[in-house]
Write a protein that binds this ligand. Structure first.
Ligand SMILES: [Zn+2]
Length: 169
């Protein structure tokens, strides 16, 4: 178990227990505290709408406080990598938190989940942001012709781009 600061205990007890699953095996995930008030290039109104969605859903519906900011940061850092072509990556750990920070397909899935849960105006703003990210992601990644053989990679197009799996060997 990660050591906890004494003052943090009350706040942690108030949060869903599921938020701490996985803390033992991937470096002690903690939800950002305080939760991010600025997310990428979004307006404060859209950030507030995102936080409402993140906080009102049970954890097992795939959203938690700070998840959207983490997913956007994953996309940004992936797209700043050098080179004409980018290959998707997975993490050794395989838990939800590490996947979101390392696998851009997982991050993009989460953003898709968020965008469809937002009210119309914040949704349009996030959609516009995602359109720019998608354009670059599409242009700099490579289609994987064999992705359809893996059932978990059906769905959105970003699940069917080529992975670099060499680093897992
Ligand atoms: Zn992990």
């Amino acid at each position: 178990m990660p050591r906890r600061r004494p003052g943090a205990l009350r706040a942690e007890l108030a949060l869903p227990q599921a938020m701490y699953t996985g803390a033992g095996h991937c470096g002690g995930f903690q939800p950002p505290r305080p939760w991010p008030t600025r997310i990428d290039r979004l307006s404060s109104r859209t950030v507030a709408a995102i936080h409402r969605e993140e906080c009102r859903r049970p954890y097992d519906e795939g959203l938690w406080p700070g998840a959207t900011a983490t997913a956007l940061a994953t996309c940004r850092s992936f797209l700043t990598l050098p080179g004409r072509w980018l290959y998707l990556r997975r993490d050794y750990c395989g838990c939800e938190q590490c996947d979101l920070r390392n696998d851009i397909a997982v991050a993009r899935d989460l953003l898709e989940l968020v965008v469809h849960r937002l009210p119309p105006w914040p949704r349009r703003e996030l959609e516009a942001l995602l359109a720019g990210l998608d354009e670059e992601l599409w242009r700099r990644t490579v289609p994987d012709p064999f992705a359809h053989r893996q059932p978990h990679r059906r769905g959105a197009w970003w699940r069917r781009r080529l992975y670099d799996l060499d680093h897992l060997l």
